[in-house]
Write a protein that binds this ligand. Structure first.
Ligand code: ZN
Length: 177
């Protein structure tokens, strides 16, 4: 699985793993929510509803992580020490491409990439760790993300493909008509 390595360091304790998972899920939920809000403001209700749904999955997953962390003290990890590097967490990182005028097809495509990245992160942790407990939890989370990927793929199959003109072009070509 090295060609798809999404982790840049080692996770050696359950606490460290849960701290990563909590950050990933919280950031994903917040990002989905923010984009959903922006889409709703711009009267893109259909795409907004999709993002709110996935924000809900992120919050639910974060709650599960908090449940698993009960009685444990999670480390406070500075952003540059997360094993995914010093940028955004894997599920949130893909949304730099979000656009308030995007079609449901485009929103689904971004969400699919985000869920894939979350899956790959958990799968990479499960594969890399020597700790059976971390491996078991990470594999379980990876399966949950794989389920989100499958849902999105089913959905994408039912949605018409985005038209090339879905978004405003900030730098339109100056060809004479
Ligand atoms: Zn997910």
């Amino acid at each position: 699985m090295t060609e798809n390595a999404t982790i840049a360091g080692a996770i050696s304790t359950v606490e460290e793993f849960l701290a990563h998972a909590l950050t990933l899920e919280n950031e994903a939920a917040n990002t989905y929510q923010e984009i959903g809000d922006s889409l709703a403001v711009h009267n893109n209700a259909e795409a907004a509803a999709l993002f709110f749904k996935f924000a809900g999955y992120g919050r639910k997953h974060a709650d599960e992580v908090r449940g698993l962390a009960e009685g444990l003290t999670l480390p406070r990890i500075p952003p540059w020490e997360f094993v995914w590097g010093d940028g955004d967490s894997p599920e949130a990182a893909t949304f730099e491409d979000a656009h308030y005028m995007m079609t449901p097809a485009h929103a689904l495509d971004l969400a699919l990439r985000a869920e894939h990245q979350a899956h790959d992160f958990y799968a990479a942790v499960a594969a890399a760790t020597a700790d059976a407990k971390i491996s078991e939890m990470a594999a379980e989370f990876a399966a949950e993300e794989a389920e989100h990927v499958r849902m999105l793929e089913d959905w994408i199959a039912k949605v018409p493909a985005a038209e090339a003109t879905w978004a405003f072009d900030p730098d339109p070509p100056s060809m004479p008509e």
